[in-house]
Design a protein around this ligand. Sequence first.
Ligand code: AMP
Length: 216
Amino acid sequence: MNLIILGPQGSGKGTQAKFLADQFDLTQIETGLALRQAAEEDTPLGRELHRIMYEDGGLVSDEETMKVLGEKLKRIPKERGVILDGAPRRLEQIKLVEDVMEKSGRAIDGVIFLNVSEEESIHRISRRYHCSKCHKNFFLGEDLDDPEKGCPVCGGTVKKRKDDTEEGVRKRLSVFHNETCPVVEYYREKGVLIEINGMKGKKEVFGQILDKIKNS
Ligand code: AMP
């Protein structure tokens, strides 16, 4: 099975993608994480990605995004399913993602959309921390008590993401609204969208996803 998961920042995409990956034995591919890693490189491309992601707050070029996605897909055995977390994020990427998936011998079986309000997104992101070693996200007061004590899973350094400022989140939410919502509508019209109310706790949200996958 190959899935796509869409939703605004803080909707719980990463968390639910991980649950789905564990449940159905899928490999999770986060385009945002792969691009943030590429943006740390001290090369002209790394510096350009850094500018787009941290100063501008917009989307990276389709070319670079598909390159990163294609590289990730190439390394995963063909018989293993994937869950794409972070692509497609604009209409032009729908066909490009289909093509890059097809090249790796895969078709998309379903698209999950986690719907949360803008206030909830901002509230969640204001409490979000990221481990620079195992790349897991944590939420202060939920699964993280004290960032100074390090990652509760691997002991790595836990920090806020550089783009998780209130201004950065608002910018990315407006990009989501303008660029990614049309993608959600495309899949809704196509009849493959699994829409989920993401405003509940993570286990409840996962229960809803499993029920809808079973009945789809
Ligand atoms: P995320 O970790 O999902 O919040 O993504 C971080 C940043 O990576 C975004 O703000 C974009 O600049 C970039 N990004 C992630 N996925 C894509 C995509 N599919 N297309 C273009 N840019 C992307």
